[in-house]
Design a protein around this ligand. Structure first.
Ligand code: DAH
Length: 340
């Protein structure tokens, strides 16, 4: 019987060593320790032995059982761990998972408007230029003929970084940069952000967008200004559009004007968009002041020019019927997606 016990122990050890699944260890357990198991059989048959033999063999059998049980537990633990590892590894890339949906972005209404404006001016032979948003006081005011006491320099309108540096309040300083860099003929447009110290409300924002334009050449007159801007309005708002120039004042142009377009909503009859007047103001313009041309060292006897500055938000709001400027900057997709 001792030999039998040893054989059972050896066999169990082998079987458990060879086991690769928890189910296989369970088979061994049933074969050895189950109701009809080999070791169980020996323990049952011990009733027929003499008390001395029973004591001796009983101890040996119990020891074997304890050893097999311990080995079983260890093997099961080990295999469970391995099975878990294998499962995790297999699940790491789950090829049955549905693909991620990437939503296609849309252009912002201001981008759409600026691209439309750019397209028109490019088609008329203007080239695109740009200037920095952080600008010198000189380029933003002095060089644009805004005297030292011009109201636009006031701290309440301008974000000052220091005495000489500001966030540009208009795209007009790009005119100065162009004039300092380039000799006539000049025909450029410059879209960009501008900043003013305004409290946000439905029609004001401390940051908004303008498109600046500048033409300098021999023999440029107010007729060129009117022709170009009238053509722009017709291309931008439809061929039926009419334009009207009202006298105005800007320090950097003389004479200066504001241009109105006939209302693209009602065609001039009067409606909510044009506040009943039939006209909508969209830009400031004028003949470049000789003092501005002189900053660029341009011969003012030989050359003249015109300039304009257009408010992008204003055009987009009127075109799309948007009644609050703040909607442009909130990045609410429900708003932005309407202008695809
Ligand atoms: N810079 C002006 C503004 O911000 C707009 C403007 C008016 C620009 C007339 C021009 C111009 O170039 O000629 O209100």
């Amino acid at each position: 019987m001792q030999a039998q016990l040893q054989a059972i122990l050896e066999e169990s050890k082998k079987a458990l060593e060879a086991a690769t699944t928890v189910a296989e260890t369970e088979e061994t357990r049933i074969k050895v320790l189950g109701k009809k198991g080999s070791l169980t059989g020996i323990l049952k048959s011990m009733g027929q032995l003499s008390p001395e033999e029973r004591k001796e063999l009983g101890q040996a059998a119990n020891q074997v059982r304890a050893e097999i049980e311990a080995l079983l537990a260890e093997t099961v633990n080990h295999l469970k761990e391995k099975e878990k590892e294998a499962r995790f590894a297999a699940e790491a890339i789950d090829v049955t998972e549905p693909g991620k949906e990437y939503k296609l972005g849309v252009k912002h209404p201001l981008t759409i408007t600026m691209e439309e404006v750019s397209k028109v001016f490019k088609s008329m032979g203007f080239s695109l230029t740009e200037g920095p948003e952080v600008e010198t006081v000189f380029n933003n005011f002095d060089a644009l003929n805004a005297g030292p006491y011009h109201p636009s320099r006031d701290m309440t309108d301008t974000f000052y970084i220091n005495e000489d540096v500001i966030l540009r309040t208009q795209t007009s300083p790009v005119q100065v940069r162009t004039l300092l860099r380039q000799q006539p003929p000049i025909r450029v447009f410059a879209p960009g952000r501008v900043f003013r110290c305004d409290t946000p409300d439905a029609t004001h924002s401390p940051m908004f967008h303008q498109v600046e334009g500048l033409v300098v050449d021999e023999g440029i007159t107010m007729a060129d200004l009117k022709g170009v801007l009238d053509s722009f309005a017709k291309q931008m708002f439809g061929s039926e559009t009419r334009t009207k120039f009202r006298p105005h004042h800007f320090p950097f142009t003389e004479p200066s004007a504001e241009m109105d377009v006939s209302c693209f909503k009602c065609g001039g009859k009067g409606c909510r968009v044009c506040k009943g007047s039939g006209w909508i103001e969209i830009l400031g313009c004028g003949m470049v002041h000789p003092n501005v041309l002189k900053v660029g060292g341009i011969d003012t006897e030989k050359y003249t020019g015109f300039a304009f500055g257009l408010g992008v938000e204003r055009v987009a709001m009127l075109k799309y019927g948007i009644d609050d400027i703040r909607l442009f900057y909130e990045n609410d997709m429900r708003f932005i997606e309407q202008f695809k």
